[in-house]
Design a binder for this molecule. Sequence first.
Ligand code: SF4
Ligand code: SF4
Length: 381
Amino acid sequence: MNVAIYGTMNVSLVTKMVIEKYYNALLTRANAEAFDVVAFVGEEAEAKETDTDAITITSKQFVKLYKKNMIAGLIIPIMDTFEQLSLVTDLIKMGVSINDIYYAERLEKCSGPKEEWLADFIIPYLEKKYLPYLEFHVADQCNLNCRACEHYSGLVAMECFPVYEKVEQDLKKLKEYIQDIGIIRILGGEPLLNKELEKYILLTREIFPLATIYVVTNGLAIKTQKETLFNAMRTANVGFNISWYPPLEHKKDEISAFLDEKQVSYGFSSLITTFTKKQTLVKKDKNIFYSCYQAHCNNLYDGKVAACFLPFTTKYFNEYFGKELPEDGAIDLYDNNLSTEKLKARLLIPFERCAYCTEPVEIPWGMIGNPSVLGDWVIEE
Ligand code: SF4
Ligand code: SF4
């Protein structure tokens, strides 16, 4: 069976080698069809000489060959990159069946007796107890209150922090369906407003030991944090993703020096001077989901998981403006009929709330007024 492997990095090349050298022998012994890796899927600019016989093709070329039955499926090696997050929804949109997409296990897990790890080396996408991305709030409110913040943090009337024990219970429940996560981002709102942030960091690391974990912050409160937060971040190998907004325009060097001294890893976004607005009050086509860059922002909130955060944060918009935008799209982790396949399949389909998102429009970054007006959030049509 001809297959392609996603990516052109070493992890993709090693995955090909493992398939050809070891995994195919296992398939042959089981009288199953062996994999013939005929291509790597990357961008044209990534094409490079390798000592393998597989060519590098773009995802569009992959889909063409797939539709001509020349390539039967795609194997995605588990790798913690933001680039691959929209890959699966893009492929589905282009007509690839989810049943023809597979994950290859993390290479760091492939140690010890080969027979044990090889058996689970390639698993269909929906069956694999792995999610590339998860985020969860530790504060719904923020200390910046940007216009068009899609978490609606500026509309949160009263301080809203989750209950630590509930998040612990929910993460453990999620682990029954998803044993490994690529990237976890702890955010809000502004996570540094939560005095228990260090506990969430240590908890997340304990439950998902292989995940790449970040705290996403606007940085305004970094220098007033307790030493125990930085200790926890070093212990758990967790870094900051700092969204760099105009109020900190001239403080980047100061914050960098501060975090260097704390020996905590961090990265700044580029300076954010524009935002995108894509909310609407006029019902449109929910299939915008398939081109939505946030449809893979899988969010855990109060015992539920959704493809993005809007099923959980839309309540703030509805309450503030007296509107009734749908608040659907959440999957209850405590539903007795839930399975890994059902959970992952539902994260890949549009829901009613998506019909109130539209193509993004660029607006200058700014803060909401008091009171906030509809124009701070929605494209008025
Ligand atoms: S800093 Fe982030 S969370 Fe806070 S209001 Fe702005 S966009 Fe929302
Ligand atoms: S509601 Fe749907 S379309 Fe809107 S941001 Fe979330 S996933 Fe995207």
